[in-house]
Write a protein that binds this ligand. Structure first.
Ligand code: ZN
Length: 109
């Protein structure tokens, strides 16, 4: 079972990734399906926080034909059924924020 501490290591689980467009990664290999090879363009995105990469195959109208995630942080990926609900992750993030505020207040006294 996934623990609260494990999840808090990767806040993107609860808040979604903060993606920015990046140049094609040096280790990128275009998947061999028609969606990818028939794509009008491929966008490469990387999360500014956890460095997970998302690759998106687009048609000429901007519709997504296919996408692929590469989870870069070790331990980010979870086995099927281990991922907590996003709602639970958000509550854990909130608790963590409150705990940190309490610790700050104690250290000021
Ligand atoms: Zn992220």
């Amino acid at each position: 079972m996934t623990t609260k501490q494990h999840v808090l290591t990767y806040p993107c689980r609860g808040t979604r990734h903060w993606m920015e467009q990046v140049p094609r990664p040096a280790d990128w290999i275009t998947p061999s399906t028609d969606y990818w090879h028939g794509a009008w363009a491929i966008l490469h995105l990387r999360c500014a926080r956890c460095e997970t990469e998302r690759h998106i195959a687009l048609d000429y109208n901007g519709y997504i034909l296919a996408d692929k995630y590469d989870h870069r942080p070790p331990g980010y990926s979870l086995k099927s059924g281990e991922a907590p609900a996003r709602e639970q992750v958000r509550l854990w993030l909130l608790e963590d924020t409150r705990d940190r505020k309490k610790r700050r207040l104690k250290s000021v006294k």
